[in-house]
Design a protein around this ligand. Structure first.
Ligand code: GLA
Length: 730
C-alpha cells in the first residue's frame, strides 16, 4: 500500500518496499533526506542527524546551501550548482527563492495539462502536491510526487505558474532533481545511433557534469531519455540502482553533477539548450513527468519496476493488455516497388504460414515511388492500388487477415502539393536554407492549423477503409527549428510546442479510432520513449533487423521497456543492414522477445524453411501470452561477453521460455551452465527440449547446459512447464 505521511515538516512517501523522504528547512526550503529501502519508523530523527551544520545555517541567505541536499534547487540565492528552475525576470534578474506555502495529498493520480502522464485507475497510488512561492517574481511552483502500490517508482513533475504582475522567462524547468549524498555511483545510459539504438553504456561518475541529452527534436536514438545511477558492482541481480526516465518524446536532458562536496545532483527534464518559455501573468507551464525507479535487486529489479509501470500505468486502450496480431510488413520485401497484385501475393503467403495481419508500408500515396516526394499528400496512388485503400483492405480482410497502414504524418516533401500550397508550414528560420533530411522537411506541429491538417488527413484515410493498425513513422531530426507563427521572443518555444501539438493530435486520433492498434516508429527507434507509449502500445525498435544486432538493441531496450512494447520481426538473410546470415531459428528466437512479426516475402524461403516457419509461428502462437506479458529477466549480457540470454516467466511461475544466443563462436569453448532466475524453487519443471524434469531450485542453482550448434549467431530455446499436480518436490 502506498502512503504519504506528513509530520513536523517531514514528508515521507512509501509503499511496501520503498521510502522517499524530504523535509522543509526552517525557512521552507525542501531538503532531500532519503530514498531507498522502506523505513518503518515515522518519528525517526534521521533528518536531524543529517544536517551537518546547524539547521538554521541552511537558510536562504548563506552559501551553505551548496552543502544541502535539495529537492528542487533554484539558482541565484546561495546554491552554486545547477538549478532545477532557472528564470529571467522582466527586470533582467535571475534569482529565485522558493518557500513552501502548503501541500495536499490525493488518491487520484493527476493528469498533466497537454502532456502524457502515468495514470492509476484503481486507487493504487497517492499523490503529494507541495506548493512553493517566490516573493519577488510572484512565481508559484507546485511539485508533484506520486507513489504507487505496485511498483517502486516515484512519478515527479513540476508546474510553474506566474502569479506575479510581469512576464517571466523560464530558462530551465527540470521535472525532477534529487541530491544523492555521495558520488560513489556509476552512470548507465542507453546510447547509440540509427540502426544501433539503446546500447548499454556504463561509466563511473567523475567531478563535474555527465549525462545525456537530445537537441534533435526527437527523444532520439543517440540517447534514450533515461539514465540510471548504480553502486559499483551492481549487476543484473544484485546492488542498488536508481533509474530516471522522462515521459517525453522531444529534447531532454538527464544529468548527474558531482559538486565540490562530492554530492551527486541527478536531474531529468526538458533540455534547456535552445529553450526559453515566456510565461505571462496568469499562465502556467507544466514540465513533463519524470519516473524515478529504485531497486536493491540489481538492474533486473529496476527493470521490473519500469515494466510494471509501463504495463499498468502508461499504456492505454484496447491493446494495453491484449494480444497483438502477428504481422507481416512488406517494407524489406518491396520498398516502394509494389502494386496490388504483389501485395496480395505477399499477404496470402503470410496468411498460409499463420500470420494474422498484413501491414502496407511506405509508397502507397501521392506519386511516391522513392523517398523524394509526396509526404503530406495522403491520397491513395490508384496506379499502384487500382481498387483504392478500401478495395485493398477488403481483399486483405477476405483472406482472413487484419490490415495495417504506414503513415509519416509529421513530414512534408518539398515535392508535394502540400508544400506548394503551404511553404511556411514546415519548421524553418527566416532567410535560411531549409535543411532536408531524407529529402523531406518537418511540419511545424506547434501550429494549430498544421495539427488540424495532419489529424484530418490521417482520419480521412482511416475513415475510408477498414484499417486495424497504423505504423506512425517520423524519419528525420529537426534542424533548423523555428515557426512562422511565433513572435521572435517565443521562437525558442517551438520545439516544446511541437511536442504539445503532436500529443494533442495523437490524443484525438487514438480516442477517435479506439480499435486501431498504433505502433510508433521513427527511422526505427529514434523516438522509443514513455511519451509515445502513452498513445501507442508498441514501437518499432530499430530498422536493424539483424538477429545479432537485435540481441543488443532489445537487451538494452529491456532495461526500461517491457517486451510488449518492442516491435521485433524476422527478416531476410543476409540482413539488409549488416549483411550477416543468421540461422532462421535464431531470427525467430530473437523476434519472439517482442511483438512478433515478419518483415519479408515468405516466397524467398525454400520448402524446408517454409515448413519451419509455419511450425515457428504455431509455436509462438501457443506461447504468446507468456511471451508477451510474462516477466522478462535478463541472464547474460551481450555487452559483457559473446553470449546473451534472457527468459520470460509466467507471473504465476508455472511456465517459462529461456533463450540464449551465442553471437560469436570460439574453438574449444568452456562448457557453460546458464543459471535461471525467477522460478518457484520447489516446483518441478519439465524442460521440454531436454526431456528432463528439474526443480526450480536446481534450475536456478545448477542451471541448464549451453550447447550451441557450431557457428556464429546460434540460439538455444528451453521451454519450462510446471508439472501438473506435482508442484512440490518435497
Ligand atoms: C523508416 C522505418 C522503416 C520503413 C521506412 C519507410 O525507415 O523505420 O521501417 O517504414 O521508414 O520509408
Amino acid at each position: 500500500m502506498s502512503e504519504i505521511i506528513v509530520q513536523n515538516g517531514l514528508f515521507h512517501l512509501r509503499n511496501g518496499r520503498m521510502s522517499y523522504f524530504f523535509r522543509l528547512t526552517g525557512d521552507g526550503l525542501p531538503a532531500h533526506v532519503y530514498w531507498g529501502e522502506r523505513l518503518e519508523r515515522l518519528d525517526s530523527p534521521l533528518d536531524r542527524l543529517f544536517f551537518e551544520s546547524r539547521e538554521s545555517d541552511y537558510c536562504h541567505n548563506t552559501l551553505e546551501l551548496e552543502k544541502l541536499p535539495q529537492e528542487y534547487p533554484t539558482w541565484g540565492h546561495g546554491d552554486l550548482r545547477r538549478g532545477a528552475l532557472e528564470v529571467t525576470a522582466a527586470d533582467g534578474s535571475t534569482a529565485v527563492d522558493l518557500c513552501c506555502e502548503g501541500y495536499s495529498i490525493t488518491a487520484e493520480k493527476p493528469t498533466l495539462a497537454g502532456l502524457p502522464a502515468t495514470f492509476d485507475r484503481e486507487g493504487g497510488s497517492r499523490t503529494l502536491s507541495v506548493a512553493y512561492a517566490d516573493a519577488v517574481t510572484g512565481l508559484r511552483v507546485t511539485l508533484l510526487y506520486t507513489v504507487f502500490d505496485d511498483c517502486d517508482v516515484i512519478a515527479r513533475s513540476a508546474r510553474v505558474e506566474n502569479a506575479g504582475p510581469r512576464a517571466v522567462s523560464l530558462e530551465r524547468v527540470m521535472s525532477a532533481s534529487v541530491d544523492l549524498i555521495d558520488d560513489r555511483w556509476e552512470l548507465i545510459t542507453l546510447s547509440g545511433a540509427w540502426a544501433r539504438e539503446r546500447m548499454i553504456d556504463r561509466r563511473p561518475l567523475k567531478p563535474g557534469f555527465q549525462g545525456v541529452d537530445s537537441a534533435r527534436g526527437a527523444s532520439s536514438a543517440q540517447n534514450n531519455p533515461f539514465m540510471a545511477l548504480v553502486r559499483p558492482g551492481t549487476d543484473e541481480f544484485r546492488g542498488e540502482a536508481y533509474g530516471f526516465a522522462l515521459m517525453y518524446s522531444g529534447n531532454f536532458t538527464a544529468l548527474a553533477e558531482v559538486g565540490m562536496y562530492r554530492m551527486t545532483r541527478a536531474q531529468i527534464g526538458l533540455n534547456d539548450a535552445h529553450f526559453r518559455w515566456l510565461l505571462e501573468p496568469g499562465e502556467t507551464f507544466t514540465a513533463p513527468e519524470a519516473l524515478l525507479a529504485w531497486s536493491n535487486t540489481g538492474l533486473n529489479g529496476m527493470s521490473a519496476q519500469y515494466h510494471t509501470l509501463v504495463r499498468r500505468h502508461v499504456v492505454r486502450g484496447r491493446y494495453a493488455q491484449a494480444q497483438r496480431p502477428f504481422l507481416l510488413n512488406n517494407w524489406e520485401a518491396t520498398t516502394f516497388n509494389f502494386d496490388e497484385e504483389k501485395i496480395l501475393q505477399i499477404a496470402r503467403r503470410g496468411r498460409e504460414a499463420g500470420l494474422e495481419m498484413f501491414v502496407l508500408d511506405d509508397g502507397w500515396f501521392g506519386h511516391r515511388d522513392d523517398d523524394h516526394s509526396s509526404l503530406g499528400d495522403w491520397t491513395v496512388n490508384l496506379k499502384k492500388l487500382p481498387h483504392g485503400m478500401n478495395g485493398l483492405a477488403d481483399r486483405i480482410h477476405w483472406m482472413g487477415l487484419k490490415f495495417g497502414l504506414w503513415f509519416e504524418p509529421e513530414m512534408v516533401s518539398p515535392d508535394s502539393e502540400l508544400y506548394r500550397a503551404h511553404p511556411d508550414w514546415c519548421l524553418h528560420q527566416p532567410d535560411r536554407t531549409r535543411t532536408e533530411g531524407r529529402w523531406q522537411l518537418t511540419l511545424d506541429m506547434s501550429r494549430a492549423d498544421v495539427c488540424e491538417y495532419v489529424e484530418n488527413a490521417v482520419a480521412a484515410i482511416l475513415d475510408s477503409a477498414a484499417i486495424d493498425y497504423v505504423k506512425w513513422d517520423m524519419n528525420r531530426d529537426m534542424s533548423p527549428v523555428g515557426s512562422a507563427l511565433l513572435p521572435p521572443e517565443r521562437q525558442a518555444e517551438t520545439a516544446h510546442r511541437y511536442m504539445l501539438g503532436l500529443y494533442s493530435v495523437l490524443e484525438h486520433l487514438t480516442a477517435r479510432f479506439p480499435n486501431v492498434l498504433f505502433e510508433s516508429c521513427a527511422s526505427g527507434g529514434n523516438r522509443f520513449d514513455l511519451g509515445m507509449m502513452y498513445y501507442m502500445p508498441q514501437a518499432w525498435c530499430s530498422d536493424n533487423t539483424d538477429a545479432g544486432s537485435r540481441v543488443l538493441i532489445q537487451y538494452g531496450t529491456s532495461l526500461v521497456f517491457p517486451q510488449s512494447t518492442m516491435g521485433a520481426h524476422v527478416s531476410h538473410a543476409p540482413n539488409w543492414q549488416t549483411g550477416r546470415m543468421s540461422p532462421l531459428r535464431t531470427r525467430v528466437d530473437v523476434a519472439m522477445w517482442g511483438t512478433f512479426g515478419y518483415e519479408m516475402d515468405l516466397a524467398e524461403l525454400d520448402a524446408d524453411q517454409l515448413a519451419e516457419t509455419r511450425a515457428d509461428i504455431a509455436w509462438v502462437k501457443a506461447h504468446r501470452d507468456l511471451l508477451l506479458y510474462g516477466d522478462s529477466i535478463r541472464l547474460l549480457s551481450p555487452f559483457e561477453g559473446d553470449t546473451a540470454a534472457w527468459m520470460v516467466v509466467a507471473p504465476d511461475r508455472s511456465a517459462a521460455v529461456v533463450t540464449a544466443v551465442r553471437l560469436l563462436a570460439h574453438a574449444n569453448e568452456r562448457r557453460e551452465r546458464l543459471r535461471l532466475a525467477g522460478l518457484a524453487p520447489e516446483t518441478r519443471y519439465r524442460v521440454e527440449e531436454l526431456d528432463v524434469v528439474l526443480t526450480g531450485q536446481e534450475l536456478m542453482r545448477f542451471g541448464l547446459p549451453l550447447r550451441f550448434a557450431p557457428g556464429d549467431d546460434q540460439s538455444l530455446r528451453f521451454t519450462l512447464v510446471a508439472e501438473q499436480g506435482g508442484d512440490s518436490c518435497q
